[in-house]
Design a protein around this ligand. Structure first.
Ligand code: PLP
Length: 412
């Protein structure tokens, strides 16, 4: 299918509405959450209308249909990532996926593969979202393991100059974002994976900001765990993905129904992965919605989505750099970056700027973007962030540009 933004926009009901007294909705906050095509909204609603039943349990037709729909979504996610079905766990979101990994490691029997002690090291980066920092801080606190990190350079890249000193023989886990949700930076993953594996560490990749925007193949990436959230990838809220080739060795995190093999009054054994990580009735309709989102993205082609976003990122950066006093926080070239662009504008506080551009119909995000250590390191209290997706076009970037110029006059 030839990629056309005009056609894409027609699939998203939300773009039919106007905001702030009849203005066109300019949505540049997809890094926070994406809008949803009608096919996703209908897939979720049709699940409730026609097939609703608890998956994996009932001996009736609805339960069978619900299970087929839920497992069908798992297969779609697996194909999307170049993975096997049994390597996909549905969670509530990326935050839960990351907590699951960290808690499960904390539950590992001493001496087993994923058990950590005070002799071990967990490595993160300064550009992590809190969701991929705090679970590791907590795991370090519970096990006595040492937390260390890669620093960020002033131009928003990961500093790998001391890679062998950061990832040492004692490192057990390297957890890092694929693409920064603040800077747009894509990290040099190959070198990190090579070093991590050379010392026997596993690599946990937070693909929240990459999987929705570019083709992903877990085998090519070479990581051991990968997570992302459905709602940032055109899918429903309340569903996330955890992929791993290491699930068999990882103990469960949540205990309860559906994740067991046998249970007595005093003990239980676990079902094979992925079931052992999906205790309780899961977010079924949401998983089905994510399946529909993946169908939508796949029909357009992830390479087309990525190409479109890169062309638009170039346009957005060039446009923003024409604004007097505007400073981009993060890479200003297109090399290893995605369509998330953070910036400051002179002395205007990002919150004031965000409010003003909103009054013009432009939705951006302001603040520290759940990456407080990063904004602190870069010496900015907060930034304004524009993040694009397949439904944005040049007119959205123009609207942001005009709104910023308007803010400069307003706050002068
Ligand atoms: N990691 C990154 C890089 C993110 O951008 C986000 C959300 O903004 C998360 C993790 C957490 O995702 P969620 O809130 O969907 O669990």
């Amino acid at each position: 299918m030839a990629f056309s933004v005009a056609n894409v926009r027609q699939d998203f009901p939300i773009f039919e509405r106007t905001i702030r007294d009849g203005k066109k909705l300019v949505y540049l906050d997809s890094g926070a959450t994406s809008q949803k095509p009608l096919s996703v909204i209908e897939a979720e609603s049709n699940f409730y209308k026609f097939h609703n039943a608890a998956v994996h349990r009932g001996a009736h037709q609805l339960a069978e249909e619900a299970t087929d729909a839920y497992e069908g979504a798992r297969l779609k996610v697996a194909k999307f990532l170049g993975a096997d079905e049994e390597q996909i766990v549905f969670t509530k979101g990326a935050t839960e996926s990351l907590n699951l990994i960290a808690y499960a490691m904390g539950n590992a029997e001493p001496g087993t593969r994923f058990a950590l002690t005070s002799k071990d090291k967990i490595v993160v980066t300064e550009m992590e979202h809190h969701a991929n920092l705090i679970p590791w801080q907590q795991l370090a606190a519970r096990t006595g393991a040492q937390l260390s990190w890669f620093e960020v350079t002033p131009d928003g890249r990961l500093d790998l100059s001391n890679i062998n000193a950061v990832i040492t023989e004692n490192t057990k886990v390297v957890a890092l974002t694929h693409q920064s949700n603040v800077l747009g930076t894509i990290i040099p993953l190959k070198a990190i994976v090579a070093r991590a594996h050379a010392v026997g560490a596993v690599v946990v990749l937070d693909a929240c900001q990459s999987a929705p925007h570019m083709p992903i193949d877990v085998k090519e990436l070479g990581v051991d765990f990968l997570v992302f959230s459905g709602h940032k990838a055109l899918g429903s809220t309340g569903v996330g993905v955890l992929w791993s080739s290491e699930l068999d060795d990882l103990p469960p995190f949540l205990y309860g129904g559906s994740m067991i093999e046998t249970v007595t009054m005093t003990a239980a054994t676990w079902a094979p992965a992925p079931r052992k990580f999906e205790a309780g009735v899961p977010n079924m309709a949401q998983a089905v919605g994510l399946g529909a989102a993946i169908d939508y993205l796949t029909a357009h082609g992830m390479s087309n989505v990525h190409d479109h976003e890169m062309a638009l990122t170039k346009y957005l950066i060039e446009k923003l750099l024409q604004v007097p006093d505007l400073k981009i926080v993060g890479p200003t070239d297109l090399d290893s970056r995605g369509g998330t662009v953070s910036f400051t504008v002179g002395e205007i506080h990002p919150h004031d700027l965000g409010q003003y551009v909103d009054s013009q119909g432009v939705a951006v995000r302001t603040g520290h973007h759940c990456a407080w250590p990063l904004t602190r390191k870069l010496g900015v209290p907060a930034t304004t962030r524009a993040s694009i997706y397949l439904y944005n076009d040049e007119s959205d970037c123009d609207a942001l540009f005009d709104a910023i110029l308007g803010a400069q006059k307003y706050f002068a």
